[in-house]
Design a protein around this ligand. Structure first.
Ligand SMILES: [Fe+2]
Length: 359
């Protein structure tokens, strides 16, 4: 299967994975043929794209990091927590804790797990999908750093709840479609302290988890908030959540800007290493998160186009690529079963990926 941007979907294309809509209901099942109505709905909900199955990509498997229904449960649980907190009801955190424990169990048994797919998310539910993605990315970075399972649980809980304090920020500021004034920004900045205080008072969570929430906007060079902490003074969970938070925000559509592709977001993270982010965390991140996820269509420096078929965690910039025709259409496919293994094939050292076409 391969990832196709919503703007390029055509009736008759066959879905490669289940697609879930608002409120996590099954919107399209894997193997279903797309109609014009479904394509309109996909665009209406502002999905960046979906996975489709076709002849060009039939031998390419895109593996979920975690089971889709478990992920949906996590999205639903964190949505419930946000809504209950907003309404001033004591939140029933047990579902969330149970779900994240299950997800960590699932990731823990595959220590060589890599983040190798494009997330399919509904634009309007950004906060909840983002919280879950920040959680998964943080756990993966934690594994890369060699954290113990119990520590991953504490890290994960802090990560999934990192922005719970936004519930206490006025809606006009959260959803403002434009630059915040200095005064508004000061109010917005209080979300990390508010979230930490709320959790300490109302939830049975460890100090490490709440400290992760409190410090997820600190920056390595001391220009972050709330305490302007520098380098080693920033607690480890805060530093991990900061990288996951920025990365997932960059690859998501926001009201004020379009998403950027994973490889560009990773370049930003790399550029910020030692300035905004800790070197060690960035290097742990690069070992696990792939800049060209499987199923991505890429343009090569020799003019050919291909679909990423396999990634190597030791060098995410040099995947194995299935070559397809230059104009990406099935009827024009001239290169059946031609693969370029950019990592293993020494004769391809001068070939590079120049562009990702998947978004
Ligand atoms: Fe935040």
């Amino acid at each position: 299967m391969r990832f196709v941007p919503s703007s390029c979907l055509k009736p008759g294309m066959v879905t490669g994975k289940n697609l879930y809509g608002l409120n996590n209901e099954l919107m399209l099942a894997a193997g279903q043929k797309l109609t014009n109505v479904e394509i309109l709905r996909i665009n209406y909900l502002k999905f960046q794209g979906i996975y489709i199955e076709d002849k060009l990509s039939e031998d390419i498997e895109v593996e979920d990091i975690i089971d889709a229904s478990l992920k949906n449960k996590a999205v639903k649980s964190i949505k419930d927590v946000f809504e209950q907190t907003k309404d001033g009801r004591p939140s029933k955190d047990c579902h969330l804790k149970e779900t994240i424990e299950k997800i960590i169990d699932e990731i823990w048994v595959k220590p060589d797990v890599i983040y190798n797919m494009i997330d399919l998310k509904v634009f309007d539910d950004y906060t909840y999908y983002h919280s879950v993605n920040v959680f998964v990315l943080s756990v993966i970075i934690g594994i890369s750093l060699g954290l113990k399972k119990d520590d991953l649980y504490n890290l994960g809980l802090g990560a999934i709840l990192h922005d719970i304090g936004k519930v206490f920020i006025p809606k006009e500021i959260i959803y403002k479609n434009g630059k915040l004034t200095q005064e508004e920004f000061e109010i917005m900045k209080s979300h990390s302290e508010k979230g930490c205080m709320y959790l300490r008072k109302n939830w049975n969570v460890t100090m490490e988890s709440t400290v992760g929430v409190l410090t997820h906007h600190e920056k390595y060079n001391g220009t972050g908030y709330p305490y302007k902490l520098k380098s080693d003074k920033i607690p480890e969970y805060g530093k991990i959540i900061a990288v996951s938070d920025v990365y997932d925000a960059l690859i998501s559509d926001r009201p004020y800007r379009k998403a950027i592709i994973p490889s560009e977001a990773m370049e930003y993270i790399m550029g910020g290493s030692g300035i905004y982010f800790d070197y060690e965390i960035v290097s742990a991140f690069f070992k696990k998160v792939m800049p060209f996820p499987v199923g991505t269509t890429v343009k090569l420096s020799n003019g050919l186009t291909g679909i990423v078929a396999e990634n190597y965690s030791s060098n995410g910039l040099r995947p194995k690529i299935k070559i397809i025709s230059e104009n990406e259409t099935e009827s024009d496919c001239q290169f059946n079963d031609v693969y370029y293994d950019l990592y293993k094939d020494r004769s391809l050292l001068n070939v590079t990926i120049v562009k990702s076409l998947s978004m």
